[in-house]
Structure formats: C-alpha cells, structure tokens
Design a protein. Structure first.
Length: 315
C-alpha cells in the first residue's frame, strides 16, 4: 500500500500535465480550462476525504472553505496586487483557521448534527460576503488579470500548471496522513470513537488537525478561482454543488485509500466536462447523482473496492 513507485509515477504524470501548458501551444484553450476544473476536483476530493473518509465526519461546508480561499485571494489582489502564489498561501491559511474554528465549535457533535452545523457555516459566511461591498457584495466583482504569465502563453495555462502542482501536493499530504499516526487515529475514530478514546487516542486533537488540514486544502483549491474566471460573486462561489461533488468523488473512487478520491475526481470531473460540452452544464448535478446511486448500491467501497474484489476472485 502506498508503494514509492506508484507515488513516483503519480508525481511524474501530474508534472507532465502541468508542463503541457508550456509545450502544447496548438491545443485548444478549453482543454486547459477544463483541466483546471478536474485538477481542482482532485484537490477538493482529497481534502474532503481527510476528514470525511478517514475520520467519518461528513462535511457539507465545503463551499465555505472554497469561498474563504477565493475571497482572501480577491482581497490580497485588490489591496496589494499580490501574485497568485501569495493569494494561494493566504487563502490556505485563512481557510485553515476557519477549519480550526469550525472544528472547535462542531467536532463534539456527531453524525447528521455535525453535517448540519457545517451547512450553517456556509449560509453565515455567504450572508456576510453579500453585505461586504469591498469584494463586490451580492453583485460580484470583475477582476483584471495581471500581465505576469511566467513562461506561459496564457493565464489559463499558467493556472492549469499551478493547480497541477497543488493537486500533487494535496495527494502527497493525504498519503502521508494515511500512513502516519494521525491516519491510524482517524480510522480508529471512524470505526469506534469511544473505544479509541479508551485506548488513549487523543481523538479531539487529531480531529482538529484533520479539520485544519482539510479546510486549508479546500481554501488552496478555491484561491486561484477568481483569476481563473476573472470574476467572483457569492451565489456561484458558495454553491452547495461543491459539497455534493466533494462527497461524491471519494465515494466513487473509495474513501479508505488516498488514491480513491483521485480516481473519483478524474472520473466525475471528466464526465462533467464532457456533458457540459456535448449536452448541457445544467446536467452536471444529475451526473453526480446517478453515479452516486450506482456506486452506493453496486459498489459501496468505490472503484478501489471493485478492483480489490476482482483481484481476490481471480486468485
């Protein structure tokens, strides 16, 4: 599990994807536009799984963390003309602090009560942003991209490369957590929290760490979005479809292993982009719903569970 060779090839593949932005000048710009979204899904799915998959705490507040990252980036750019890397760092830090605050307030709740509390965070922050004129309020804010493109032909290609690096980083963090004391503790919490406490596992502390790391990665995923779209407004930024996708991708791929969210994100993200181009963007949520129903009924352990069963049956 987690062989170094597999990690090596994953990193190589992600870097190759990123450097496509440098080398494939003839490729349609939409390929990089769609690729950014798919890689963002990888980060979001991986981030969600750290708390939702490893620990079993289902977080529906994903839009709040994404929005904190995005609006932090907007404030830093508008106030200081901060470059995209500074925006990402700032968005991740603030989203991590939000994760700490949410964890302190809600992690003593369990099951549906925790999930409802995280949804409430989304509506509270959305209301605050809608009344904040500095970032455009309810009508939103148009942004002008800076001229610094590094070595890239367009800003979209540059952000595609940035998101590829973020995806590799988030997967590496998830893999490290899974194989560490923290990961073992989170799995113990998921299986039997009371038993874990009796065994000396510092359950509250490890849940808080997971909440901070998960929130920070979601903020990192959201920070490049304003420059990616050249526009930001609360309704789409706080869209609860982020929660549905972030929940669906690990379920599709498998929540028990760091590779599961990556597989789910690639499947779901690619399908959604194909549906958007060929049929309609309005059907994206339907795609998620159908896939969720299929995997919950036919393969509750996701794609990784199916592969494991196939290997066992072939022996």
């Amino acid at each position: 599990e987690g062989k170094p060779t597999m990690k090596f090839w994953i990193i190589c593949a992600a870097l190759v994807l990123g450097f496509l932005g440098l080398s494939l000048s003839g490729i349609n710009e939409y390929v990089f536009f769609a690729g950014f979204v798919i890689l963002q899904f990888v980060v979001l799915a991986t981030a969600w799984n750290i708390l939702g998959g490893y620990a079993g705490y289902v977080n529906f507040g994903v839009p709040a963390f994404v929005a904190v990252g995005a609006y932090t980036a907007v404030v830093l750019f508008k106030a200081f003309q901060a470059p995209v890397l500074v925006q990402i760092i700032g968005g991740g830090l603030l989203a991590g602090l939000l994760g700490l605050a949410v964890g302190l307030l809600t992690l003593k709740l369990r099951g549906i009560f925790f999930s409802i509390a995280t949804v409430a965070v989304v509506f509270i922050l959305e209301t605050a942003v809608m009344n904040w004129r500095y970032v455009g309020g309810a009508t939103g804010l148009q942004l002008t991209r800076p001229g610094d493109l590094w070595l890239f032909d367009s800003y979209t290609r540059m952000l595609f490369f940035v998101m590829a690096v973020l995806a590799v980083g988030s997967v590496a963090i998830a893999r490290y957590i899974q194989n560490s004391f923290l990961g073992r503790g989170l799995r113990a919490v998921r299986d039997a929290e009371e038993a874990a406490e009796c065994s000396g596992v510092p359950t509250l502390r490890i849940k808080l760490i997971a909440c901070v790391v998960s929130g920070a990665l979601m903020g990192v995923a959201g920070a490049p979005m304003p420059m990616y779209l050249s526009y930001i407004e609360p309704t789409s930024t706080f869209n609860l479809s982020y929660s549905i996708s972030a929940l669906g991708m690990p379920i599709i791929g498998g929540t028990s292993h760091w590779m599961g969210p990556v597989i789910g994100a690639l499947i779901l993200g690619t399908l959604q982009q194909i549906v958007t181009v060929t049929i309609s963007s309005e059907l994206n949520v339907l795609v998620v719903g159908l896939l969720l129903v299929f995997f919950v009924v036919a393969a509750p352990d996701g794609v990784l569970g199916l592969v494991k069963k196939w290997k066992q049956s072939s022996k």
